[in-house]
Design a protein around this ligand. Sequence first.
Ligand code: PGA
Length: 262
Amino acid sequence: MRKKIVAGNWKMNMTYQEAEDLMEGIVEKLCGIEDLDTEIVICPPYPYLEMAIDYSANVDEDDMVVEEYFSVGAQNCAAYEKGAYTGEVSAEMLDSMDVTHCIIGHSERRKYFGDTDEVLSEKLKQAIVHNLIPIFCVGEVLEEREADKHFDVIRNQMNVLFQLEKEDFMKCIVAYEPVWAIGTGKTATPEQAEEIHAFIRSLIAEKYGKDVAEMTHILYGGSCNAKNASTLFAQPDVDGGLIGGASLKIDDFVSICQQASK
Ligand code: PGA
């Protein structure tokens, strides 16, 4: 049985102080919940990663982790190893500061920052080489769905991930995020989500075998919130969520984490 994962994608939001308040509030709430069976990943902007890591676990005087509340992920990484790439942040840097996850291929990166399949393929390689768990996003735009092309689009996007060797693919998390649902308040129905999730799992089975497909986490993202999370998460192939807007609200985010817990 796959344990559910809830990842918060803060995008380019929050001042430092607001981010600290949000983090503090989330940890405070999480501390009060017993037996929470959800893996939580928080992906704040780069400048707040270190703060997030400080909040992510309760450590004793010897710096030993007493309790871990969540893992910390980045929202992006460079396609290059190191060097003269002003403004970029490498996977190696992230790994060296104990960041564990990295979102790769978010539709906003594809749309606004030229993250083509070739670029994403390089970013994936960097993430894998430097021990980051990629959260690889796929999803169709509205016109593609209306033209009934969504399955082809998802298949093509998944082919980037399928360039990985099996052992490396097994480290990845997939996120299905229909672009028409991101930040629009227009969530995919549980049936629409399940249909694509099951399709993605069948592609994985075709490529790497049934066992790999069964262990791969496929998250849903796109206007997932405290009101609709539980019905989405109840679908057999939906293994949690990648949460944007609702991850910026303490109560909503913690509620989503609880709804993912069995
Ligand atoms: P949203 O964003 O929850 O605000 O729709 C999801 C995402 O882009 O990851």
